[in-house]
Each structure stands twice: as structure tokens, then as C-alpha cells.
Design a protein around this ligand. Structure first.
Ligand SMILES: [Zn+2]
Length: 452
């Protein structure tokens, strides 16, 4: 018998074989982990063991000190197999974590899990079909610091790479809030557009997480506005990179950025009606989807929006002055957006603007090494040769970026050259024939409360 190209084959009939599986060595894309560690136990992905074209059951052989969770149906998703002392049964939910887990992480995750279950249950008014399980692990092989996914068995696996979570401790709870929402919008119900339009389930999980976390003191209104500012900017950049047409929203951060903005707009519009909101929309859509084969998809979501919804401006392929219209529309919904580029945004805008005019072909940029900003780009006229720059128009680009931006802007507006002073004492004169616009980096200054 041999295992080749993912298939076990033999010359004669087979009645029994053993597979020795070791934990995966890396988190890859959005793919479920085949086997990962959780303390002294393991989380196994059942579907990875399913035979093709044959019915497969999963049965764990455990001793008195160990346990398998969930105890039935495990072939369809994650199953934890490991020490009994890792498992806390809360009656309506189960948490798995090694007893030695850092208490800050353990408590934040447990609290967010139980609060998110209660909040979504009451807001969506839909019971879960399985007992939800949260497995917490700090044994992820990486490379990412955080990973989480949810399977059809109602098991959420969240995996941190060692102590990496400490550098982003405030995001642990919202992360759990996000994953818990997938128990409703991704499992026990069919999302027919899950592969082609992941912005629908990811954006709604993220928006639900923000709303829920703010409502339960796991996030402040300020943090929520900052999160939405980041999403807005990320989404706008995705459109810019797609030459202002609608990007596919199928992979990368645009799925989450644009997806969250779409759900936020939907919520703001629905709340204006006084009777509906994000949660009532999802409640109705999911309840309908549970009772039918075709489940739910983007067309159901769009059909549930008010007429002339701003969401159309984000989903239509080509829209003239798209972001101006979105910004105006959001103002009417009570969202005040200020343009507030930071020091680094201004530095990047000025340096890239001048580089673009001087580097007619090939790539260009700069290395922002502390105290030694170095230009990059081979075909950049006077800026070639990777010079280290001490000053641009007399200002330190790293320490005085705002003043540098204003000075460069004034030179470019008059069509004058921009003067770079190098560390080795030379002055480089770079042409700047085009006006330098202020970069657009939006900040949500005011917004209707996220808490409810
Ligand atoms: Zn997600």
C-alpha cells in the first residue's frame, strides 16, 4: 500500500491502515489546519480524513483522562482530542484551553465568547443548532500572530503564535466576537456566494463584532470609529488600485475593508427607518435561508436594503466620482468624515509625487530606515543611486514631514525643482512639474453610536 498524490492505494482489498499525522508546520491562506496543537491536546480537521465516495465516521479512542469534543458528528469539522482538564462545559457552550494559559488571554477570550453568544442570540433571535465550542491555542506555527476559523461542527478554533497576542491584546476580544458571528452566518446555513463574494460573510462578521464589542465594553466608540476609518481607507485604496472600477473583493484585505463598510452603510440606512437595522436584516435573511436549499447570497442582502441604498455605489462596477458621492451620502447618514493625513502619509505623498515625475520607468520608492531615509529606484535621474537624504527643501523628511510637505507643495505648485540634501553633502535638484495634492486619508470624526 502506498500514499501517493493524496490517495491510498494497494494491490488488493484493504481492510485497515494507519495514518500518522503530525501538526501542520504553517498557517496557509484561508485553509483549515489539518492538525494543530491546543495545549496538551490536538484539534483535528475531520473532513481531511473523509474518504472520497465512501461514508466515513470519526471515533476517538480515549482513556479516562482524555476526551473528544464534540462527541458526535466530528467528521464534518474540527474536533478536539486531548486532556479532559482542558475542557470547560458551560452547559450551553464549551471552552477548550490549557489550564496554564495566560489568564489575560484566557479571560478576555472566554468573556467575549459568552457575551457574543448571548448578544447575537438575542439580536438575531435565532438559536444555534449545535453546542458552540471555542478552542483557544497559543501553539500556532505562524506566520500570522492570530488565526481563527469556524467549522460546521460549531467549533471555533482560535490560534495565537506564542506570546504574539500580547502586542495586540485589545484586539483579542473583537477577534472572538468576529469568529462567533460566523456560527450564525457561515454554518448551519448555506451561503451560496461564500467563495465568490466573501465580503458578505466576512464584512458582516466584522461589523457585528464591532457593534457587539462596543455594546459590551470590549471596545470604545472611539476605537470603533478608528476601526471604521481604517476600513474606509483600505476600501478606497482597493478601488484606486483597480483603476477606480469595482475590485473583485474576492481576496486580501479589501474583502474585510469594503465588506465592513458595506454593512455599516446598510445599518445606518436601516436604522433611519426606525424599525430595522443590521441585525434585523441578518435575522430575517438567515431565518429564510435556513429553511431553503439555496440558502442566502448577495442578491438577498441587496434586496433587503432600502431603495437607492449607498451600498450600490460600492458594488456597481463603474461609478463617476464614486467616493465623493459616498462621502456626501454618509454625511446625510450622520457620519462626518474629515481628511486627516498623518505625518507619515504626508511624507509618503511628497516623496512619491516627486519620484513619480523623475522616475519615468521602473519601480521607485524609499527605505524609511530610522534616521537614514534612503531613496530607491534606478531610473530616477538626479534621484538615482540610492542616496541617503538628510533634508528636502531644508526639512528632515522623517522628523519634519508636515513642514517638508508644505515646502514641497509650494515648489511644485510653482513648477520649481525640489532640492534634496544628501548625507554626503550634495544637493540634488529634482523636477516637479505637477501640483502636489493633499493625500486623502479619511478619519471618521463623528458617527451615530455603534452601541445598542
Ligand atoms: Zn471571518
Amino acid at each position: 500500500m502506498s500514499l501517493k498524490d493524496g490517495a491510498v492505494t494497494g494491490d488488493g482489498p484493504i481492510s485497515r491502515f494507519e495514518l500518522l499525522i503530525t501538526p501542520d508546520l504553517a498557517e496557509v491562506d484561508r485553509i483549515y489546519m489539518g492538525l494543530s496543537r491546543a495545549g496538551e491536546g490536538f484539534v483535528l480537521y475531520g473532513p481531511g480524513l473523509k474518504g472520497e465516495g465512501v461514508s466515513t465516521t470519526f471515533r476517538a479512542e480515549t482513556d479516562a483522562a482524555s476526551v473528544a469534543v464534540p462527541s458526535s458528528g466530528a467528521i464534518d469539522g474540527y474536533v478536539f482530542v486531548g486532556p479532559r482538564d482542558h475542557v470547560t462545559d458551560n452547559g450551553d457552550s464549551i471552552v477548550i484551553a490549557e489550564p496554564q494559559l495566560a489568564p489575560e488571554l484566557d479571560q478576555a477570550a472566554r468573556r467575549a465568547f459568552s457575551q457574543s453568544l448571548a448578544f447575537y442570540k438575542s439580536r438575531l433571535n435565532l438559536p444555534l443548532t449545535q453546542t458552540p465550542v471555542l478552542a483557544i491555542s497559543v501553539d500556532s506555527p505562524g506566520p500570522s500572530l492570530f488565526r481563527g476559523d469556524v467549522t460546521d461542527t460549531g467549533v471555533i478554533s482560535i490560534r495565537f503564535k506564542g506570546e504574539g497576542w500580547r502586542s495586540a491584546q485589545e484586539t483579542v476580544a473583537p477577534f472572538v466576537w468576529h469568529e462567533t458571528f460566523h456560527l450564525w452566518n457561515g454554518h448551519g446555513v448555506r451561503n451560496r456566494d461564500g467563495d465568490t463574494d466573501p465580503w458578505l460573510h466576512e464584512g458582516s462578521a466584522e461589523y457585528a463584532a464591532i457593534t457587539g464589542a462596543v455594546s459590551n465594553a470590549d471596545m470604545s466608540e472611539d476605537q470603533a470609529r478608528a476601526a471604521l476609518s481604517g476600513r474606509l481607507n483600505g476600501c478606497r485604496r482597493a478601488f484606486e488600485n483597480a483603476a477606480r472600477r469595482r475590485p473583485a473583493l474576492r481576496s486580501g484585505s479589501a474583502v474585510y475593508d469594503c465588506g465592513t463598510v458595506i454593512q455599516w452603510i446598510a445599518d445606518l440606512e436601516l436604522r433611519r427607518t426606525g424599525q430595522r437595522d443590521f441585525f434585523s436584516l441578518w435575522s430575517e435573511m438567515l431565518e429564510t435561508a435556513r429553511g431553503r436549499e439555496e440558502g442566502f447570497g448577495t442578491s438577498d442582502f441587496q434586496a433587503a436594503l432600502p431603495d437607492a441604498s449607498l451600498v450600490r455605489l460600492l458594488l456597481d462596477d463603474a461609478v463617476e466620482d464614486r467616493w465623493d458621492h459616498i462621502r456626501e451620502g454618509m454625511t446625510r447618514l450622520g457620519v462626518m468624515i474629515a481628511n486627516a493625513p498623518g505625518d507619515k502619509d504626508l511624507m509618503m505623498a511628497a516623496l512619491f509625487h516627486v519620484a513619480k515625475a523623475n522616475c519615468p520607468s521602473g519601480s521607485y520608492g524609499f527605505y524609511n530606515d530610522p534616521g537614514a531615509l534612503k531613496l530607491d529606484g534606478e531610473n530616477c535621474g538626479p534621484l538615482s543611486g540610492e542616496p541617503v537624504i538628510d533634508a528636502v527643501e531644508g526639512f528632515d523628511p522623517q522628523g519634519e514631514s508636515r513642514a517638508m510637505f508644505v515646502a514641497v507643495q509650494s515648489r511644485c505648485d510653482s513648477g520649481l525643482s525640489v532640492r534634496y540634501r544628501t548625507r554626503d553633502g550634495r544637493t540634488l535638484e529634482a523636477a516637479c512639474p505637477n501640483k502636489l495634492p493633499v493625500p486623502q486619508v479619511w478619519q471618521v470624526a463623528e458617527a451615530p453610536a455603534f452601541a445598542r
